[in-house]
Design a protein around this ligand. Sequence first.
Ligand SMILES: Cc1ncc(COP(=O)(O)O)c(C=O)c1O
Ligand SMILES: [Zn+2]
Length: 403
Amino acid sequence: MNKKLLDLKCSQCSSFFKPFEVLYNCPKCGGVLETIYDYKEIEGNFKGEDLWRYSEFLPTTNRSNLLVGSTPLYKSKSLKKELGIEEIWIKDDTKNPTGSLKDRASAVVAVLAKELGYRTVACASTGNAASSLAGISAAEGLESYIFAPRSMSLPKLVQLQVFNARILKINASYDECFELCNKITERYGWYNRNTAYNPYTLDGKKTVTFEIAEQLDWKVPDLVVVPVGDGCIISSVWKGFRELKEVGIIDELPRLIGVQAEGCKPLKDAFDRNKEKPEVTTPKTLAESIAVGEARNGLMALRDVRESKGKFVSVSDNEMLDAVKLLASSTGIFGELAGVASIAAIKKEVIDGNLDREDRIVALITGSGLKDIEVTSKLLDRVQTIEPREKEICERIEEIRKR
Ligand SMILES: Cc1ncc(COP(=O)(O)O)c(C=O)c1O
Ligand SMILES: [Zn+2]
């Protein structure tokens, strides 16, 4: 355990609890709990090559077996040109061991589970958190139970299988799987990794901010753009910046843009209508990782985006597909639809004249396109096969050259 972890504070009713006396949400009001560290004692003495470099800000100082975090931050000249903005940085979190940012949370939860004496962990997820928990658990020697919704993509299911997770594929939506997971996990006494339920997932994910800030030599960007489903990643990004400011490592905070799918945007709607609480909607988007009708971390995400003086933007499935191609063809990074919603939003904001082109912008790429092949391929043209004859090959080359 990290002795610098002092308290858990409820994001809704502001009650305080002692860490590990309460494991999940606020016993008084059900709100999501946030960790509070002894910031005066944090020295900012960052050592090591992975996210454990920032273990002063994590609940445990033990390390995971897989290397999680330390993902690249690229300054992209080609995207800068394509989008017509001064400075754009791409945080490529597809480079985590199972291909998504979720590994940051799974690593912290799995290492903590072992320290707390659990042998089994569980979660429900649209896909990435599940395959992530399965992979990290395999590396840590833990058993994992995964509540998989009917919509889970084949690559993510295959990941669960090869990682030897105990798969409970349920004929239900992610929102329903979430509730079932909480009930059944309690019944069996497993450790629950569910997002907006286990307070330490926020801590794992906030390490993406520490890396961004450090990679930028602690010069805070103007704007950070984040794909949003439940709203945990965006709140984690904000927690990271707030904590760095609290310990005096940075003295400014960025604005945040949260990006939702046009067909599933409860947080954008609540934000635009100045509401504190999002409504529950039925998702209609192919971007399955952000197809979340009941945003579990909605209150906190709305609070944080407002505090940052940012906003929410929504993008269509086609805009996300264009962004997959734009990012991949100009940088060599292949993200999944949800994972590149950030790029789609930046493009849209530039076209709509809503972005200051001088801003230093960071776009989070949250998940690998290789995990979402079926969906992406549905939106792409079919590749035609040609006969193995020189004449036909040359004809095809001429055709390609004309495009
Ligand atoms: C690739 C990807 N991007 C974005 C998100 C959204 O994160 P959150 O639900 O914390 O808002 C997810 C969540 O599953 C994801 O897998
Ligand atoms: Zn509370």
